[in-house]
Design a protein around this ligand. Structure first.
Ligand SMILES: [Cu+2]
Length: 69
């Protein structure tokens, strides 16, 4: 399944790389595709995760998950 996250505070390719690495560590996540201009990450995952799950993976960073669909 795919889940689309809107993530606040990403501003450059370094942010994209960092968020991609963090989200990729979540159980079941197979792919992370980030569109910096849209501030969105499309996560391909074998299991559904909550917005809190994604935020937890980004703990100790400045990035905030502000929407999940
Ligand atoms: Cu950055």
């Amino acid at each position: 399944m795919k889940q689309t996250l809107t993530i606040d505070k990403m501003s450059c390719d370094h942010c994209v790389a960092r968020v991609t690495a963090k989200l990729s560590q979540i159980a079941g996540v197979e792919d992370v595709a980030i569109d910096l201009e849209k501030a969105q990450a499309v996560v391909t995952t074998r299991q559904e995760h909550s917005q809190a799950d994604y935020q937890q993976a980004l703990d100790k960073t400045i990035y905030k998950v502000i929407d999940l669909s």
